[in-house]
Design a protein around this ligand. Structure first.
Ligand code: ATP
Length: 371
């Protein structure tokens, strides 16, 4: 087991800075999710940790050891990719044991006796059977990949990584080839597996639901940098920037540009008939108010402000209804309400913004302000 530490890790591809001075510490046994939009540098960061890509500058430590110059096979890591690339002509057992069978260690004797197999047949058998048991593959060991479902193939790819008993797992969108149902199921299996094995894991995804449900910690990346690092709860409840606030949560957080009005020592944010009290002076003429669709209610609560609009569109999802409420010609508020609520297009509706769930951001820096 081991921690992974990145110090000012940078990768430049000519003029493209794919990863920009990344600082990150993943503790022993932790499950870290690297999440961010396409092209933000997640895969490049993971490939540098794996040793498949050379860092332009900065350091990578696995445990206390700097591994920048250590070859991938000696880094004690195992990688699982989106494309699980099993050998089609080999059985599940052979696919899982292949890497172990190939691994050789030096003997100190002259060639051709200078290396020997690293693992005995018994040891390979033990590891494959153990991984197969963990992954529920015991009855499939003699099958070929084409005789397996997509989910079973992905489990074989995981098994191939597990048998190596690595210090660190690196996973690059391992579920994205699976259909929606299997994805949810395999996601749960992966979490349980991590709890049982306790292997430090870095998991790359652009799917925020995976990030929020799987990670002990999440690092949100944008344009080569980490914009926020924290627990899923911290990231949901206290997003540091408008980017993070908009990236995490579905449907997305609503943002309203509001004017700051002062009367004596009291400050308010005003727009669209809304008047939101501020606890202190934001020292800006405007603030961006953010509120998540699930924090706009149909019933009045103790601390809320009302707003009225016209139902523009109502989407019935499986367990909820998402209403797009038109507040004026340009602004829609998105609201999440229980499934059985019927909302007709064109209908007038009054809703209530929960004052305890409002976020404020500075319009210029885009950063969170506590007001
Ligand atoms: P995705 O979710 O789409 O896989 P990502 O966040 O994993 O994206 P990377 O694949 O790490 O992003 O790419 C980061 C940036 O580096 C992108 O702008 C990409 O075009 C660029 N890049 C990646 N690999 C190379 C390469 N070998 N040569 C040049 N540019 C590259």
């Amino acid at each position: 087991m081991a921690s992974v530490t990145l110090k000012e890790l940078t990768k430049e591809f000519k003029e493209v800075v794919a990863v920009n001075r990344l600082d990150l510490e993943i503790k022993d046994k932790e499950f870290l999710v690297l999440v961010g939009p396409s092209g933000c540098g997640k895969t490049t960061a993971l490939r540098m940790i794996a040793g498949l890509e050379e860092a332009t500058s900065g350091e990578i430590l696995i445990g206390d050891r700097v591994v920048n110059d250590v070859s991938p096979k000696d880094r004690d890591i195992a990688m699982v990719f989106q494309n699980y690339a099993l050998y089609p002509h080999m059985s599940v057992y052979d696919n899982m044991s292949f890497g172990l069978r190939l691994k050789r260690v030096p003997t100190g004797k002259p060639w051709p006796l200078n290396t020997r197999r690293a693992f005995s047949k018994q040891e390979i058998d033990r590891r494959v059977n153990e991984a197969a048991r963990l992954l529920g593959l015991e009855n499939l060991l003699q099958r070929k990949p084409k005789q397996l479902s997509g989910g079973q193939r992905q489990r074989v790819a995981l098994g191939r990584a597990i048998v190596r008993e690595p210090k660190v797992f690196l996973m690059d969108e391992p579920l994205s080839n699976l259909d929606a149902k299997l994805r949810v199921q395999t996601r749960a299996e992966l979490i349980k597996l991590h709890r049982r094995l306790g292997i430090t894991t870095i998991y790359v995804t652009h799917d925020q639901v995976e990030a929020m449900t799987m990670g002990d910690k999440i690092a949100v990346m944008n344009a080569g940098k980490i914009v926020q690092f924290g627990t899923p709860e911290e990231i949901y409840k206290k997003p540091k920037t408008i980017f993070v606030a908009g990236f995490v949560g579905s449907p997305q957080m609503n943002f309203l540009n509001m004017k700051v009005v002062s009367s004596g020592t009291q400050f308010h944010a005003e727009n669209l008939g809304l008047r939101i009290p501020l606890k202190s002076d934001p020292k800006s003429e405007h603030v961006i108010v953010g509120i998540r669709p699930e924090h706009i209610h149909l019933q009045q609560t103790e601390r809320c402000v009302p707003i009225t609009g016209t139902v523009y569109f109502a989407e019935k999802l499986m367990s909820e209804t998402v209403i797009h409420l038109s507040i004026d010609a340009e602004k829609n508020l998105v609201i999440k309400v229980p499934y059985d609520l019927s909302a007709r297009e064109g209908e007038r509706m009054q809703v209530y913004l929960d004052l305890d769930q409002i976020h404020f951001f500075h319009p210029d820096t885009q950063e969170r302000i506590e007001l």
